[in-house]
Structures are given as structure tokens and as C-alpha cells.
Design a protein around this ligand. Structure first.
Ligand code: FAD
Length: 264
């Protein structure tokens, strides 16, 4: 690991000011950034620690949405009665992330800013058509994730919260890598009150994406049997030592059917 400066931010304004002036990277739970620094894949000159900023934490209901602060840990989402009551799929997704240490340290904001191709949170954000609230404004989910590890965030822009509209029903099904629990393929399905359906897939491609063929079929019939009729094209999907592109394509259909069955 290279030498770096460390700044523990006292407020959102302080964090933004230091990042704008000195550059560097925000530090949330450190579950991705610190290993990347150890491997010298990331070499920030300054780390701006967000853990002392109270305004970035917490979960609240705002009208027809659940708003979760960027520094809220996965374990806090998993344990939240408000989340379990409004969007139980989010609590279940958070409970299924990594292991106990990762869930106690990792954050919602860190996960979506990182946009790991196999991360779970991006599927929920895209599947629920969430709004990403930042220090500079707001991003629609459809315009936020920009390819492998890429997002619409500027270098000095911080995620402050994510606003999740409450769906009629939703669920997430993940075929987990048995070693890390990251998604080999994860599918988040959400049905809205008007009957429209969104399906977001993670783990299968360089970045999370919506699956139009599943969305169209499930909008007509929101059943596991309907999901099973969809054959997903393997072109453009990831193939690696864990699974071929064809196997991942097959898993998308299987996980979508399981998610629909779980959503009820
Ligand atoms: P950090 O590592 O601190 O930061 C990640 C990146 O985001 C950095 O570039 C940082 O600068 C930036 N960043 C952080 N916060 C903000 C912010 N508010 N605004 C802008 N940029 C920001 N994830 C899953 O989804 N599913 C899994 O099953 C899973 N399994 C895991 C297993 C292991 C063993 C490990 C180590 C991690 C796993 N993860 C998994 C990832 C984990 O969920 C972390 O949440 C994720 O690594 C990033 O969150 P973090 O808070 O640790 O962010």
C-alpha cells in the first residue's frame, strides 16, 4: 500500500470541500477501497473518511418512498423494521450480502458508487427505479450506472442517500458465489401499482442492466411460469472461470422465476 493522507470529515460540506480542493477518494466502509489499495489497484493521495458524518446515516419514510442514507450499513438495512415493512426485498438483499463483517462495515453509498459488476445493491436501485441523491443533485437509476465500476458521479460528488419508491411487490434472487457471496447472477424484480414491471440483473455482465424481454413477459403475467418462458441471449454476458456466458444467461431466467415466486 502506498502512503496517503487521511482526513476524517466532520460534515458533508467539509468532505466535499476537501475532495474538491485536494482530490482523493471518499472512504465509506472500506470493504472494496481498502483491498483495492492493498493490491495497488487504487492509489488515492487523500482518503476522506465519511464515517463521522451523521447526516449521511439513517433510514426514513418519505411519502411513497423509503430513503436510506449513503453511510447506512448493510446490517442496519437488514435489521430495519421500517424497511421490512415497506420494501422487505431490500432487507433480504442486505441480509444476503457477504458475511457478518462485510455487512457491519459496508454501506449502501459505497456499494453503488463502486458499481462492482457482481454487487447486489445496484440491482435494487435499478429494479426499483430509485433516485440517487448526491452532494450536487439527483440521478435517476437508469442514468447512474455506466459500465464496469463506472457511475455518473463526478470525482468530487458524494452520494448522500438513495430514495426507493415503494413497489406493489418486489424480490431479489441471487445465485451466490459460494466463496464471496457476490452474485454470480442476481435478479431484482419489482411490480408497481400500475402493473408495470422492472427487472434488473447483476453479476451477468460488465454492469447491472435491465432485461427488457423479462419485463415485457412479466408485465403481461407476473408469474414464475411466465418468467421461465424467456430465453436470454448470452451475447455480451460475462464468461469466466466461475460460469460461461451461456450458463449465466440460463441463470437469469432461473433467478427471475425464483424472484417472482418470492414476490408473490
Ligand atoms: P468503500 O470500499 O469504502 O468505497 C467503495 C468506493 O465507493 C470507493 O471508490 C469510494 O471512494 C466510493 N464511495 C464510498 N462512499 C461513497 C459516497 N457516499 N459517495 C461517493 N463515493 C463513495 N457486495 C454485494 O453487493 N454483495 C455481496 O455478496 C458482497 N460480498 C462481499 C464479500 C466480501 C468478502 C467483501 C470484502 C465485499 C463484499 N461485497 C459484496 C461488497 C460490500 O458490500 C461493500 O459494500 C462494498 O465493497 C462497498 O461499500 P463500502 O462502504 O465498503 O465502500
Amino acid at each position: 500500500m502506498y502512503a496517503f493522507d487521511y482526513h476524517k470529515a466532520t460534515s458533508l460540506a467539509d468532505a466535499v470541500a476537501v475532495l474538491s480542493k485536494r482530490g482523493g477518494r471518499p472512504l465509506a466502509g472500506g470493504q472494496s477501497l481498502v483491498p483495492a489499495m492493498k493490491l495497488r489497484l487504487a492509489q488515492p493521495g487523500t482518503l476522506v473518511d465519511l464515517s463521522g458524518i451523521a447526516e449521511l446515516r439513517g433510514i426514513r419514510r418519505e411519502g411513497a418512498a423509503v430513503v436510506i442514507g449513503a453511510m447506512t450499513r448493510h446490517a442496519e438495512v437488514a435489521a430495519s423494521n421500517d424497511v421490512k415493512a415497506a420494501i422487505p426485498a431490500l432487507a433480504a438483499l442486505a441480509e444476503g450480502i457477504g458475511d457478518r463483517q462485510v455487512r457491519n462495515m459496508g454501506t449502501l453509498g459505497g456499494s453503488i458508487a463502486n458499481n462492482d459488476p457482481a454487487a447486489c445493491w445496484p440491482a435494487a436501485v435499478l429494479g426499483l427505479d430509485a433516485t440517487i441523491v448526491t452532494s450536487k443533485g439527483r440521478h435517476a437509476a437508469d442514468a447512474f450506472f455506466k459500465g464496469m465500476y463506472g457511475t455518473a458521479l463526478a470525482a468530487d460528488e458524494l452520494v448522500t442517500a438513495v430514495s426507493f419508491p415503494v413497489p406493489a411487490t418486489a424480490a431479489y434472487a441471487k445465485f451466490a458465489n459460494p466463496a464471496s457471496r457476490f452474485a454470480l447472477v442476481g435478479v431484482f424484480v419489482a411490480q408497481r401499482a400500475d402493473g408495470s414491471v422492472r427487472v434488473a440483473v447483476t453479476g451477468a455482465a460488465p454492469s447491472v442492466f435491465r432485461c427488457a424481454s423479462l419485463e415485457a413477459v412479466l408485465a403481461r403475467s407476473f408469474t414464475a411460469d411466465a418468467a421461465k418462458t424467456v430465453k436470454v441471449d448470452a451475447a455480451g454476458l460475462n464468461g469466466d472461470l466461475h460460469a460461461s456466458a451461456e450458463y449465466r444467461a440460463h441463470l437469469i431466467t432461473v433467478m427471475a422465476a425464483r424472484a417472482v415466486a418470492a414476490a408473490g
